[in-house]
Design a protein around this ligand. Structure first.
Ligand SMILES: Nc1ncnc2c1ncn2[C@@H]1O[C@H](COP(=O)(O)OP(=O)(O)OP(=O)(O)O)[C@@H](O)[C@H]1O
Ligand SMILES: [Mg+2]
Length: 415
């Protein structure tokens, strides 16, 4: 079969990656063409080396929609190579009967990972989330002659495994690492440019992290750290014994006010699982509708609300959406960070797991210190998280809290 010419449109900053290398990495801020470039590299390799086998991995992949599959399909088309690839439901068959697979590292065990031994390339997308376990499984597994391991990521923390591997003093042999930013991307779309300018004005503290690929700001003395969050992360929650939706309503109703923290958590075998962060801006009716929707979606046992700010308002708002809802009112007698500390201790001993990634919540957590919150605005998501976990781990609360419990008969739910 006559070979087509393959064109890679990669920005110049990536050109050094176009030669063989055991480890290839590109890190940088949003919109720097990392994903597009690696997808093109993968398609070009697959086209040129018959029988090429690759796996695209992420730490957590709940569905193929989260994977690079769609992007790779688009690249096959835009590179004019559709005739040579066979796109299937969960994989792509490459010329010469090779394959591109899409997998989550957390779904692998020490045994199952052996299925990847024949791979020519493993591409880890969003590899700032890669755990040290995953990296340890992957590195010796990708062992075919000339095989390569690729990493693309938006850096979070210098202690993350991928940063330790590829941004340390002592790089592994055959490593090629580039840093890319939006300004290196000639295809940088106008939509993203508008987003960037908005963030520059409204999130000055986070701007360098989001757009320039700097490490995420963590407060000095923060009571949570990203490493712990990453290492405890899971893909799926087990069967949960008890589920609560915790709400920390923002005080004011104004359009640009703080968010209402809404966090869903559950308990299994004395370990807690954060299953959704549904925090939002909006009026009281809107947060109440959201909270009740989460209650239904997760078949929760109760809604936990802080009664400090609105007095009985919060209860009334919730009950106007769903009369007879089981509500647990909590009352803050201590400062936010004082309440948060025992919860962070549970994280430190591995008893709290995030089911998937919650970027905004986790950012707030890493700005929480023993003496207060160091981030922008107010840590509404952390507050809701802390209320949810305090309810689930009541033995940690050394002060008795006053609670009002409403357990309504099911009929009154109908309103
Ligand atoms: N080779 C290309 N051809 C056409 N458009 C491109 C190309 N590379 C990048 N782009 C454009 O630039 C945008 C950003 O690229 P890409 O998504 O690859 O960036 P990224 O570095 O992976 O960003 P993020 O950190 O947000 O994942 C794309 O949405 C696309 O519009
Ligand atoms: Mg990307």
């Amino acid at each position: 079969m006559a070979q087509h010419e393959v064109h890679i449109t990669a920005p110049e900053v990536f050109w050094s990656l176009m030669k063989p290398g055991r480890y290839k990495g590109a890190h940088g801020g949003r919109g720097s063409a990392k994903s597009h470039t690696f997808a093109e590299m993968l398609v070009a390799n697959a086209y040129m080396a018959k029988g090429f086998r690759a796996v695209c991995v992420r730490e957590v992949q709940k569905s193929l929609k989260e994977s690079a599959k769609r992007l790779i399909e688009d690249k096959i088309e835009s590179m004019g190579l559709s005739a040579y690839f066979n796109v299937q439901q969960d994989r792509i068959i490459t010329p010469g009967n090779g394959v591109i697979l899409f997998q989550g590292m957390q779904d692998h065990t020490a045994d199952s990972i052996k299925s990847l031994e024949g791979m020519n390339v493993a591409w880890c997308e969003e590899s700032q989330s890669l755990s040290s376990r995953s990296l340890e499984l992957l590195r010796p597994t990708i062992r075919a002659p000339g095989s390569e391991i690729w990493f693309t990521w938006n850096p979070d923390n210098a202690s993350d495994p991928v940063d330790q591997l590829l941004r340390g003093e002592d790089l592994p042999p055959g490593a090629i690492v580039v840093r890319a930013n939006y300004s290196d991307n000639p295809f940088f779309p106008d939509e993203l440019e508008q987003e960037r300018l908005f963030d520059m004005r409204h999130k000055p503290e986070r701007y360098a992290h989001i757009w320039l690929g700097e490490y995420a700001p963590s407060a000095v003395g923060a009571i949570w750290d990203r490493k712990t969050l990453h290492e405890n992360r899971v893909t799926d929650a087990p069967e949960l014994e008890r589920i609560v939706v915790a709400v920390d309503p923002a005080i004011s109703n104004e359009a640009h006010s703080d968010e209402h923290g809404i966090v869903v958590a559950g308990l299994c075998n004395n370990e807690a699982y954060i299953i959704e962060d549904g925090s939002m801006k909006g009026n009281p009716r809107q947060w109440a509708v959201r909270a009740v929707a989460m209650f239904d979606k997760h078949e929760a046992d109760a809604i936990v609300i802080e009664r400090n700010q609105g007095g009985d308002m919060c209860r009334h708002t919730l009950q106007s959406v769903r009369p007879g809802l089981p509500i647990i009112e909590v009352h803050a007698t201590r400062g936010k960070h004082v309440r948060a500390e025992p919860i962070s201790a549970e994280y430190a001993i591995g008893k709290v797991h995030h089911v998937g990634v919650f970027p905004e919540l986790e950012q707030q957590m890493c700005m929480m210190t023993a003496s207060g919150y160091d981030g922008e605005g107010s840590p509404d998501r952390v507050d809701a998280l802390v209320w949810a976990l305090t309810e689930l781990f009541p033995q940690m609360v050394n002060k008795k809290r006053k609670r009002k419990r409403d357990h309504a008969a099911p009929t009154s739910w109908m309103g």
